[in-house]
Design a protein around this ligand. Structure first.
Ligand SMILES: [Zn+2]
Length: 131
């Protein structure tokens, strides 16, 4: 056990199937393994941390997620190398996923920050950062 390391992150989503379809290859690429799976949710674990996606209840779907509102803005993951970032970028392009800040990519986070930024189906921003 490492004191302070994130134990888990749980995110409610508008459409669990779309979320699972989207996140599976990415989390797999980072080495996550499916951890829990049930009708209303799925989680993936890497090391001591797991990420859970849960289907939001119908009655809460009237207000969509927006990362500029109060709450989560984005999730950032460590990549093993710049090559891994590049590999993810190719896969995103292949899948037609919107890459953010394309004009500044891969240095949208600054000259010493090699990363890619993209959005999941609920437009949650994801960042993958090379060491
Ligand atoms: Zn960030």
């Amino acid at each position: 056990m490492s004191n302070g390391v994130i134990h888990h992150i749980e995110i409610n989503v508008s459409n669990l199937k779309n979320t699972v379809d989207f996140w599976t290859w990415f989390l797999d690429d980072l080495g996550y393994k499916v951890y829990q799976e049930w009708e209303k949710g799925q989680s993936w674990k890497l090391g001591q941390t797991y990420i859970v996606f849960v289907q939001a209840e119908e009655r809460f779907l009237d207000v969509p997620y927006h990362r500029c509102r109060v709450g989560l803005n984005h999730l950032a993951f460590h990549a093993s190398s710049r090559a891994q970032v590049d590999k993810v970028v190719s896969k995103l392009k292949e899948k037609g996923t919107n890459i953010l800040y394309r004009d500044k990519h891969p240095f949208a986070g600054g000259p010493d920050h090699y990363a890619v930024y993209f959005e999941d189906p609920d437009r949650i921003k994801i960042e993958l950062v090379a060491p």
